[in-house]
Ligand binder design. Structure first.
Ligand code: DX5
Ligand code: ZN
Length: 221
């Protein structure tokens, strides 16, 4: 299975964002992960569509926009228009998840859904056919550099089984605390897409960090 790597810009140097994006593109990243936080759903604030739009024509990498915001349905159009190729909403924030996912697809974006560590897989089982990316959070969202929560692995394994049993065509992603140590655990449990902030942008040589992460992920035996 090919493993996809999505560097999270949350840990990048925002004073040189263009260079940070280009470095991981040259280093073999598969997509770019933008963390959008609203200070309500999570206790932190980050960027909005205007920053994402500024970088859109500086790279060919697909943009995965991870919306950690309340009422995401109000803002989908703005994030798609700013360049979001795959837009991920949190199931905990959606009053009508099926509708939110279908409006994303109607806008021409791929539809992602994320689950907090405590949120059960059953909350998305009824809509997985409408999902392009299923994100199992492996930390509590809000901040980078947190410890990977091993308690999320059983859910990840169940998600992997669901994908195989139903023959779903989606990326099974993990986000939070992904490193050369934890990537193999996530991949063995079924993940094929690794979001990593600190493990990539915390290293001086981002290309080397991506290569090491990919090697670790692929050496799961
Ligand atoms: C956490 C964000 C993550 C974060 C991961 O709320 O969703 O994308 O950037 O950072 P690391 O890889 O440092 O745990
Ligand atoms: Zn994220």
């Amino acid at each position: 299975m090919r493993i996809k790597i999505a560097p999270s810009l949350l840990s990048a140097d925002f004073s040189r964002l263009e260079e940070e994006v280009k470095e991981v593109e040259r280093g073999g990243a598969d997509l770019l992960h933008w963390d959008v936080m609203d200070g309500h759903f999570v206790p932190n604030l980050t960027v909005g569509p205007s920053v994402i739009r500024c970088l859109r024509d500086r790279t060919d990498l697909p943009f995965n926009v991870h919306l950690m915001i309340e009422h995401p349905e109000k803002y989908l159009g703005r994030f798609v228009e700013a360049g979001g190729d795959i837009v991920t909403v949190h199931v905990e924030t959606c009053r009508d998840l099926r509708r939110t996912l279908s409006s994303l697809r109607r806008m021409g974006a791929k539809a992602g859904v994320a689950l907090n560590p405590e949120t059960p897989l059953s909350s998305v089982e009824g809509v997985v056919e409408e999902v392009d990316l299923l994100l199992v959070m492996t930390v509590h969202p809000g901040f980078g550099s947190q410890r990977f929560l091993k308690s999320t692995l059983p859910k990840l394994r169940r998600a992997g089984r669901l994908v195989r049993e139903r023959g779903l065509d989606l990326d099974l992603a993990v986000d939070g605390g992904i490193s050369v140590e934890t990537a193999p655990l996530a991949v063995r449990a079924g993940a094929n897409l690794l979001v990593a902030g600190t493990a990539i942008y915390g290293q001086r040589d981002r290309a080397l960090a991506i290569r090491r992460l990919r090697e670790a992920a692929c050496s799961t035996g």
